[in-house]
Structure formats: structure tokens, C-alpha cells
Ligand binder design. Structure first.
Ligand code: PGA
Length: 262
């Protein structure tokens, strides 16, 4: 696992964009796993900037969402498909049919989860971008999620709904349920890129990368993957011990430092 602490959240976005750019430029038909949430906004903005300034193309990319709220209309501005279209897909040259996500308005959610799981597995995600919840969730896999979980409908925790309330108007609270890829689905990607910014993530990040691998902290499952980069700003990294194993010499460029000080 490479753990890289960038100078600030802007540098996290730039370093993450470097990794995404390398991935989409190196493959003829890249299957890119996208996350949502406030942390991703900087990454999306940076990718859009590179598309506009340098012609970075997403024309060959198929993008797959991790999760979607149940109970929101497809066009609701907080539906994750809408968010990703607004902040990223509609601002670059991604083909309209190349943004994939679970349909949370399908008549049978069970059948839809099975369909989306098959679709994601068939795609063989090459690079999966991840955020992390303050409770250690990845996608909407809340504490206690089995590591062999696949795409399914889940109940969101009180903490997650509280954390995400900032995106919702008071009259329309955060939905109680979502469709999410499972931990096993996520771990099937060839490469994982986990981003975290802010002190609110420090405890979850430290437990995820230095703590025991446990289903009570879903993000600790990334320790089971052989190709993971964790990209942090200094507040999100402040719970890390400099001496723990697994902090490799993974600095992405001179502007980053890793916890070994290399
Ligand atoms: P955030 O959410 O980027 O809005 O903090 C991350 C997550 O819950 O995965």
C-alpha cells in the first residue's frame, strides 16, 4: 500500500488526477470506477480542467458508479448519477451511454442489484476511486458489512446520513437506503485509489490503513488488496503513526511526502 500525504486538498486532487490520467491514457477501453461525495469534487474539477486545457479525453472510458440513493428520482440533483453528470461527465467528452450506475428506481431492486453486479464484474474495473466515510465506510458499506458482500440494498447509518445532510435541503432529508457495490465487488478492481481530506477522516483513515483488518471498519478491507494508493491531506493523515509497516516509498512526486519521510 502506498500512503501519500500531499501538501493540501488541492494537491490531493491533482495527484489523484495524475493517477486517473495515467490510467485512462494507458488503456484502449478503460473501465474507471468513480466515487461521489465532497472529496471527489476537487478531483472532478481537476479532470475537467485537464480536458479543457490539454484535451485529456474520456471518449474511450466507461465509468461505473459505486452507489446510488434509493428513493430519489433519477433527475434529483442529489442522485449520484446526476451529481457525476453535472460535475464531470457533461463537462468532458465521456459518451452519454458510458456512465453506468445502479438504477434505484428499477421495479425490482434485487434484480437490479444482481444486474449491476454482473455488469461491473464483466467490465473488470481497472482503477477504482474511493472515498471513506467518517465511520470507515467505503461506498455505502457501513460498519459490520461482510467482506464477501456484493451489490445490494443497504440501510444507511445515522452517522452517514448526518454526514451527508449538508448536501440536502432540510425539507428533503438524506434517504434511508441505497444500492451499493459490495466490498468483494470493490476489491475485484485491479487498482484502488482512496482519497481522504480533513480532520474528520483522520480516525477512520488511521484505522483503515494501520488497524486490524475487520468488518467493523469496512475500509480496512483495502489492506487485502495488492495495489492500493491512499492519498491524504495533512489533517486526514494526522492519526497515522510514522513507524507503522506498510508505508512504502510511494511518493508520487516531489510535492508529496510519505509517512516514512522519504
Ligand atoms: P465525503 O464522503 O467525500 O463527502 O466526505 C466520502 C464517503 O462517504 O465515502
Amino acid at each position: 500500500m502506498r500512503i501519500v500525504v500531499a501538501d493540501d486538498a488541492d494537491r490531493v486532487a491533482q495527484e489523484a488526477a495524475d493517477i486517473v490520467e495515467r490510467f485512462v491514457s494507458a488503456s484502449e477501453s478503460p473501465a474507471l470506477g468513480l466515487a461521489t461525495g465532497g472529496t471527489m469534487e476537487g478531483l472532478f474539477a481537476e479532470l475537467v480542467r485537464r480536458h479543457r486545457r490539454r484535451g485529456l479525453s474520456f471518449g474511450a472510458v466507461d465509468a461505473y458508479l459505486l452507489d446510488e440513493y434509493v428513493g430519489l428520482d433519477r433527475c434529483d440533483p442529489n442522485a449520484y448519477r446526476s451529481v457525476v453528470r453535472r460535475l464531470f461527465a457533461c463537462r468532458v467528452d465521456l459518451e452519454i451511454g458510458s456512465l453506468h450506475g445502479p438504477d434505484a428506481q428499477a421495479p425490482s431492486l434485487g434484480a437490479e442489484c444482481a444486474r449491476y453486479e454482473r455488469k461491473v464484474r464483466a467490465a473488470s474495473i481497472g482503477l477504482q476511486v474511493l472515498g471513506i466515510g467518517s465511520n470507515g465506510h467505503i461506498a455505502f458499506n457501513e460498519p459490520g458489512t461482510p467482506f464477501d458482500s456484493v451489490t445490494r440494498v443497504v440501510e444507511l447509518s445515522r452517522r452517514t446520513r448526518g454526514d451527508n445532510a449538508r448536501f440536502f435541503p432540510v425539507e428533503n432529508p438524506v434517504p434511508a437506503r441505497a444500492i451499493t457495490q459490495g466490498i468483494a465487488t470493490i476489491l475485484a478492481a485491479s487498482e484502488l485509489l482512496l482519497l481522504a481530506c480533513g480532520a474528520g477522516k483522520a480516525s477512520a483513515v488511521a484505522r483503515a490503513v494501520e488497524g486490524p483488518i475487520t468488518e467493523t471498519l469496512p475500509a480496512s478491507a483495502v489492506q487485502l488488496h495488492s495495489n492500493v494508493t491512499v492519498l491524504l491531506d495533512p489533517p486526514a493523515a494526522r492519526g497515522l503513526s510514522t513507524s507503522s509497516p506498510g508505508h512504502t516509498n510511494g511518493s508520487l512526486d516531489g510535492s508529496c511526502r510519505n509517512r516514512d519521510g522519504a
